[in-house]
Design a protein around this ligand. Structure first.
Ligand SMILES: C[S@@+](CC[C@H](N)C(=O)[O-])C[C@H]1O[C@@H](n2cnc3c(N)ncnc32)[C@H](O)[C@@H]1O
Length: 219
């Protein structure tokens, strides 16, 4: 709990922007999803990510890929834009980790010179637009980027591989964490948990946009 208190001291909360989201499902409580426990394990116990687990997760999302595009509307993209603007994210090279079918890649491609969209699921990547950013089939636990070569890493509804993000980001580079359904997002960490998982050298700002919550963290 000391780590959590310490992380809270490094987090500045900005006022929430309350915008009703007509796309938000009302029948979903992500906190009950089994994937929530996996999310916490990956963030706080990196040894929990094994080849077997990677294969299972890839299979899961391969199966979800055909319907994935139906989940998102403009409201979700607006929450990411809010995080980038109020989080003051300025980047040339941006990596989107867990980019899925590319819902958020176009928001990033409009703002940043180079956008690398990384996903473990080939079926997700195959459905993402080929002309927006550069799609990469890779595991976020072993990103195909050099140390300190990236200005911003964006994760929307994705697992947090803290050590690997820290490795590829340049000093002062930003981790952008967005949970589209706030605490109801199945793959969810509260902003304070994101800072706790990243570790003592990190601080950040956090807020909410409609139902979404976000955090922008830097070293
Ligand atoms: C909940 S989906 C979110 C997709 C997209 N960001 C969105 O919100 O629409 C999580 C995505 O992360 C991908 N993913 C899961 N584990 C990954 C890993 N270790 N490396 C790269 N991508 C991963 C999944 O294949 C899936 O596309």
């Amino acid at each position: 709990m000391t780590d959590r208190v310490d992380a809270a001291a490094r987090l500045r909360e900005l006022p929430a922007r309350a915008v009703p989201d007509p796309d938000a499902p009302t029948d979903q409580d992500g906190s009950l999803s089994p994937i929530r426990a996996v999310t916490r394990q990956i963030a706080f116990d990196p040894g929990g990510w094994t080849p077997q687990r990677a294969a299972k997760i890839a299979e899961l999302f391969d199966g979800l890929a055909p319907q994935w595009g139906e989940r998102s509307g403009p409201q979700r993209r607006a929450a990411l834009t809010d995080a980038l603007e109020r989080g003051e994210v300025h980047a040339s090279v941006c990596v989107e980790v867990g980019s899925g079918t590319g819902t958020f890649t176009e928001v990033l491609a409009r703002r940043f010179e180079t956008v690398l969209a990384v996903d473990l699921s080939l079926e997700m990547l195959r459905r993402a637009p080929a002309t927006v950013g550069t799609r990469l089939w890779a595991d976020a636990a072993r990103l195909p980027m050099g140390d300190g070569s990236v200005d911003a890493v964006v994760l929307v509804n994705m697992f947090l591989f803290a050590d690997e993000l820290a490795r590829v980001l340049r000093p002062g580079g930003a981790v952008v964490w967005v949970s589209s359904l706030g605490p109801r997002t199945p793959i969810y960490l509260a902003p304070v948990e994101v800072l706790e998982a990243l570790g003592p050298g990190w601080s950040g700002v956090a807020s909410a946009w409609g139902e979404a919550t976000w955090c922008v963290a830097r070293r």
